[in-house]
Write a protein that binds this ligand. Structure first.
Ligand SMILES: Cc1cc2nc3c(=O)[nH]c(=O)nc-3n(C[C@H](O)[C@H](O)[C@H](O)COP(=O)(O)OP(=O)(O)OC[C@H]3O[C@@H](n4cnc5c(N)ncnc54)[C@H](O)[C@@H]3O)c2cc1C
Length: 323
């Protein structure tokens, strides 16, 4: 695939993360514009069977690095294996999800391969054979177009920002020889938060801030349940110990781009907006009509969240009962 597009996939316990399909769909389109092929690489152990699931998204080749040493992600081992593959296959563009794992791996590969890296991109286009990546900057206040000059160039795509498109052409699945090399990092233990949708992949997020007044988020959880949403929080709510840090949205929390973001009792500080302003539709519920969040919201409700949120939950329940 010399000078093609390589997508580094991410799977957890044998299930691909949604951003993998987003990156692959974008990779396929980019490859079409560059008139080259698309490949994907899957790393892990016991994952050869799942590699075929990628076929519907159109890669020409799926490289499988299946080895006990890759069962759990460590940046050393994964970077060693991917950089060997990159040196051999010589892709022009590498796409990876800007997840916690993807950000770390992308940065390591960028240093190792002396390749330019654009982090947290929300769009890609090809201009006269050159890839331009768009990413939010200054806490989401501007969108910057970055022209990447280098070979390969690495682009980490923000989860939920790009469309998933199925594509023709089931590719071949090929195993690669794995040499994890020297690894300074050793995997010790992993603790998964059971049954919780990752905020970065949620279609809908209901977030609570200091206006919740305490750790009882049950009215938000009830709304989230009827909407099939995940629950997020502002830093104030996290600092108060009302929610775990993994729920925090913002500059020092998670960057999210759901289809719908409902901010309840959140004032709209710049550091919070940095994490959610690329949401497709923003609804704000706040009792202060001058709260800055209303400047960013598509729909605003001035009112007491303890009255408004249960009313919305009931209305959604009624609507769902009619379907
Ligand atoms: C370096 C740095 C990094 C940061 N990173 C983050 C980050 O990642 N994420 C983040 O969120 N913040 C972050 N912050 C903090 C940020 O500046 C704000 O302090 C924080 O976002 C405020 O949280 P809040 O909106 O929940 O609280 P507040 O600003 O106190 O707002 C509470 C809102 O609730 C409303 N309210 C109160 N009661 C009700 C009610 N009954 N019904 C309806 N509305 C009600 C009030 O009108 C008010 O607007 C960071 C700050 C710094 C300096």
């Amino acid at each position: 695939m010399a000078q093609g597009v390589l997508v580094i996939t991410e799977q957890i316990e044998g299930a691909f993360r949604k951003v993998t399909y987003e990156a692959l769909s974008e990779g396929k389109q980019t490859a079409a514009a560059l008139k080259c092929g698309t490949a994907a690489v899957v790393l892990g152990h016991g994952i050869t069977d799942i590699a075929e699931q990628l076929g519907t998204y159109g890669p020409d080749t799926v490289w499988v690095a299946d080895d006990p040493a890759l069962k759990e992600y460590t940046v050393d081992a994964y970077a060693n294996v991917v950089s060997d593959l990159v040196r051999r296959e010589d892709p022009a563009v590498i796409l990876i999800g800007a997840t916690t794992q993807g950000r770390e791996l992308a940065a390591r590969l960028s240093a190792r391969l002396e390749a330019p890296l654009a982090m947290d991109c929300v769009a890609l286009r090809v201009d006269e054979g050159n890839v331009t990546a768009t990413r939010p900057m200054y806490g989401g206040k501007v969108l910057a177009d970055l022209a990447l000059k280098g070979n390969p160039c690495i682009i980490a795509v923000r989860p939920n920002a790009m469309a998933i498109r199925k594509s023709e052409g089931a590719g071949t699945v090929e195993k690669i020889d794995v040499n994890v090399g020297d690894a300074a990092i050793r995997f010790v233990e992993k603790q998964l938060e059971a049954e919780k949708t990752d905020l970065t992949e949620a279609d809908i997020i209901v977030s609570g801030g200091r206006g919740m007044g305490g750790s009882d988020f049950s009215i938000l959880e009830a709304l989230a349940e009827v909407l099939g949403a995940a629950v997020g929080a502002s830093r104030s709510a996290v600092d108060e110990g009302w929610r775990p840090h993994s729920d925090q949205v913002g500059q020092t929390g998670k960057v999210v781009s759901p289809n719908l973001y409902i901010a309840c009792g959140i004032s709209g500080a710049i550091q919070h907006l940095a994490g959610m302003s690329s949401s497709k539709v923003i609804v704000a519920i706040n009792k202060d009509e001058d709260a800055p969040i209303f400047a960013k919201a598509d729909y605003g409700i001035v009112g007491d969240l303890f009255e408004v949120v249960p009313a919305i939950t009931e209305a959604v329940k009624k609507l769902k009962a009619q379907i």
